[in-house]
Design a protein around this ligand. Structure first.
Ligand SMILES: Cc1cc2nc3c(=O)[nH]c(=O)nc-3n(C[C@H](O)[C@H](O)[C@H](O)COP(=O)(O)O)c2cc1C
Length: 188
């Protein structure tokens, strides 16, 4: 059921680092992005895969984790992603990429969830640093980064309270709460 898969597909930021996501799984996820919608069918996205400990260690410090969790600097060693997909826009194909990268990331995250993996897409990226570390040429715009692994955290959806606060938060048991607005508040 698509609803079950979408509910399972939360943004996960803590992983069991002993369960590695391998190259072939990452390639299967990119193939889902390949088959997804693209504005004017331009297909201007390109992808860099990372699954080795060395390359993963290079990508990790370039991501800004969970801006609302002020006292959390990101996952500790042992709970870090075991793979990344860096989503690039190839400017030799198109100068703008519309919402293609969002669609691609959602397809890949749903695919990951179906396989028992999970992750989080990152728009808040130290792009210059990542470009330097991975040797990404100016031909490519860094659009989003997908961090992936075997989730270990529990994430629950709550309804936004009367105060209207949409910030996600963690309780004493480290359960991650994500307030979502009510359906009737979305449909005009
Ligand atoms: C376009 C986009 C960019 C995001 N960038 C970041 C990011 O830089 N860092 C982060 O920790 N989470 C990031 N997220 C994850 C959101 O915080 C997350 O989707 C939101 O809290 C709702 O949680 P949910 O995905 O479990 O529904 C991003 C999500 C989207 C859609």
């Amino acid at each position: 059921m698509i609803r079950d898969l979408i509910l399972k597909n939360r943004s996960y930021r803590r992983f069991d680092e002993s369960v590695v996501i391998d190259e072939s799984t990452l390639r299967e996820l990119v193939d889902l992005a390949r088959c997804s919608a693209s504005g004017a069918n331009r297909q201007g996205l390109k992808f860099i895969l990372s699954w080795t400990p060395e390359k993963n260690a290079s990508v990790f410090p370039c991501l800004r984790w969970a801006g609302y969790l002020k006292d959390w600097a990101g996952p500790a060693e042992g709970e870090r992603p075991t793979g990344y997909i860096i989503v690039l826009g190839d400017t030799s194909v198109s100068k703008t990429f519309g919402v293609d990268h969002g669609i691609a990331c959602q397809s890949m995250l749903l695919g990951a969830a179906e396989k028992g993996f999970g992750g989080c897409m990152f728009g808040s990226v130290r792009r210059d640093e990542l470009r330097k570390r991975l040797g990404i040429s100016e031909q490519y715009e860094i659009l989003l980064v997908l961090a992936l692994g075997k989730p270990v955290e529990q994430v629950v959806i709550d309804e936004v309270g009367a105060d209207g606060d949409i910030k996600y938060w963690r309780d004493e048991q480290a359960v991650h709460h994500v307030p979502k607005r009510a359906l009737d508040d979305l449909i005009l």
